[in-house]
Design a protein around this ligand. Structure first.
Ligand code: ASP
Length: 315
């Protein structure tokens, strides 16, 4: 199934969301800012892999770097719910142990991905939601922030527009130059293990309590050393109904498809058949990376062991 391609000792990919992102809509300054933020995220994860660290640590670090940037819809810069809350979802999974941790509709936590990692490492559970997730963050001593830390003027404007038009809005849907997105990372480390992490503020003007695909293991995030690590982005309702992340793994496990074949089928046939726009990033056990999307663009970056980092935004 793998032919004779040489495995990559380690590799990592990140995304900053898929959607209507067109070259003609993005002026040079914001484009530079996105490229720098994506480079920083790749570098945060790649440095860990390069020093012999685990895929799990690498994806957590890459996603935390994007949560700290207000350019993306995760952590700082997350979108608003209809009633002006910021409720975040995040998930992380280890492909070696199949341990997973996730948090849903959590407020105030500076880095939801670090909280998901604590759920994985330090709780007997896989998923914590809302007030219970926040209490767990307090118990774990993780940094909390006031609403103003997360909220940006751009997000407030976006909410006003979405409320006026009475629509829930995927981050990149309205054609505007400054679109941001859900973030994710996948990695294969030097010991051959895979991991995936995803973090998001969800979709603008969502109902309070709405949970997307990102924190649902198997929907927006999944990792299994036997197949792949994957992080999805797009309208979560479709990715949940397609059980997209696990489906990618199943296409490889049960149909013996390569990562590229499985990802193409999922992103260009199965998801569009449901009406699902978006994309994913994924790594396989040989460290190969794919970053397909069926939308106009997807913020993305990747790096193979010993090679230079790559950043791309448009088709
Ligand atoms: N999948 C995310 C959600 O529906 C949104 C995104 O990927 O931008 O919550």
């Amino acid at each position: 199934m793998y032919g004779i391609t040489t495995p990559h000792l380690y590799s990592l990919a990140v995304h900053g969301g898929a959607g209507t992102i067109r070259r003609e809509d993005l002026s040079p300054d914001p484009e530079r800012a996105y490229r720098t933020a994506l480079e920083n995220a790749v570098s945060a994860g790649y440095t860990i892999l390069d020093q012999g660290g685990s895929a799990l640590d690498a994806v957590e670090a890459a996603v935390a770097a994007m949560e700290d940037s207000e350019l993306f819809n995760a952590g700082r810069g997350s979108v608003f719910t209809h009633d002006e809350r910021i409720e975040m979802d995040a998930a992380i999974m280890c492909g070696h142990s199949l341990d997973a941790g996730s948090v849903a509709a959590v407020e105030q936590v500076r880095n939801p991905i670090r909280l998901a990692r604590r759920v994985l490492d330090r709780s007997p559970h896989v998923m914590l939601g809302g007030a219970g997730a926040l209490q767990f963050a307090r118990d774990q001593g993780l940094p909390l922030e006031p609403l103003d830390y997360f909220a940006t003027a751009f997000r407030r404007r976006q909410l006003d527009e979405a409320r006026a038009a009475d629509r829930v809005q995927l981050d990149h849907q309205a054609r505007k130059p400054d679109k941001y997105g859900t973030v994710g990372a996948v990695a294969k480390d030097a010991t051959g293990h895979l991991a995936a992490a995803t973090s998001t503020g969800g979709i603008t003007n969502k109902r309070y309590g709405r949970i997307g695909d990102s924190p649902i293991t198997g929907a927006g995030n999944y990792a299994n050393d036997a197949t792949c690590a994957v992080s999805c982005t797009g309208f979560g309702e479709y990715f949940m109904r397609a059980v997209a992340a696990y489906d990618l793994s199943c296409l490889m496990e049960y149909k013996d498809l390569s990562l590229g074949e499985a990802a193409r089928h999922l992103v260009f046939d199965k998801l569009p058949a449901l009406g699902g726009e978006g994309g994913l990033i994924a790594a396989d056990a040989r460290g190969r990376l794919v970053l397909p999307f069926n939308s106009e663009g997807m913020y993305r970056g990747w790096q193979y062991a010993g090679e230079t980092p790559q950043i791309a935004i448009f088709k």
